[in-house]
Design a protein around this ligand. Structure first.
Ligand SMILES: NC(=O)c1ccc[n+]([C@@H]2O[C@H](COP(=O)([O-])OP(=O)(O)OC[C@H]3O[C@@H](n4cnc5c(N)ncnc54)[C@H](O)[C@@H]3O)[C@@H](O)[C@H]2O)c1
Length: 241
């Protein structure tokens, strides 16, 4: 194992989710000082106890700008920020209530942008890396995912523009767009939706969260210093058609 992150402070949002836990584990194994953020204090404590009792934790709500500001100002030095927290509502678009649309955008786009901005302010004097978690749905369409997809497409475009603006501060911004990953987000898919989705995946398999975590660790490392503003699509071939 290459210890690319020895002594570096790596902040992971949405750390208690399927990808978040894999990310925390991958960066921990690579020597990072972990800072784990999520909504639920008890789950965060349990995760820290399991992975790294020395990890710092902060509870926040990504729908709430004040909560974001408080959590991000409490974490201290940030060398790498993994902007991972998000959620999904699957519903026919015409059945979605205004409040559901707003909340989804508040958390998945506005909140993610505010998190990246807070991280960049903390990094301004010494540089760092921000990796945004987008989705293959930023680049294609699927039933009942319109608002989620719009938020993720917004995050891809934010990544390009923030990268251009912040590189002068030594802050490298990039993103990853996973395909269908085995996590809570995909656990409750109906058989019909799962069959339809998987029929479009050339490998025929869902992606393991640890496979995405390894790629995130790579693009966040100094080895990937030329990877600026772009989004790496890691989808087991879903978008090839
Ligand atoms: N699972 C997939 O197939 C897939 C595919 C593409 C992209 N992604 C993206 O990967 C990232 C991680 O997804 P996952 O599959 O691990 O999902 P998950 O549901 O397992 O985990 C998401 C985490 O985000 C946290 N979170 C949600 N809303 C929050 C809020 N308001 N404030 C603070 N924390 C909040 C949750 O508590 C949870 O721990 C997300 O950005 C997701 O959009 C997932």
């Amino acid at each position: 194992m290459t210890h690319h992150f020895e002594g570096r402070s790596v902040v992971v949002s949405g750390a208690c989710g399927g990808l978040g836990q894999a990310l925390a584990q991958a960066f921990g194994e690579r020597g990072a000082r972990l800072v784990l953020l999520d909504r639920d204090a008890a789950e965060l404590d349990a995760l820290a106890t399991r992975l790294d009792p020395g990890a710092r934790t902060a509870v926040y709500d990504q729908a709430d700008p004040a909560s974001i500001a408080q959590a991000m100002s409490s974490v201290g030095t940030i060398d790498v920020f993994i902007n991972n927290a998000a959620y999904m509502i699957r519903k026919p678009l015409l059945d979605m209530e205004d409040g559901e649309v707003r909340h989804l955008i508040d958390v998945n786009l506005t909140g993610a942008i505010l998190m990246a901005m807070a991280a960049a302010r903390a990094m301004r004097d010494r540089g760092g890396v921000i990796v945004n978690l987008a989705s293959q749905l930023a680049f294609t369409s699927e039933h009942e995912r319109a608002v989620y997809s719009a938020a993720k497409a917004g995050l891809v475009q934010f990544t390009k523009n923030a990268a251009r603006e912040w590189i002068r501060h030594g802050i490298r911004v990039c993103a990853i767009a996973p395909g269908v990953v085995r996590t809570n987000m995909t656990d409750n898919l109906s058989d019909e939706v799962r069959r339809r989705l998987m029929s479009r995946v050339p490998t025929g398999e869902m992606i393991g969260p640890d496979a995405i975590a390894r790629l995130v660790a790579l693009i966040a490392s100094d080895e990937a210093s030329s990877f600026v503003g772009q989004t790496l699509i890691a989808d087991n071939g879903y978008l090839l058609q």
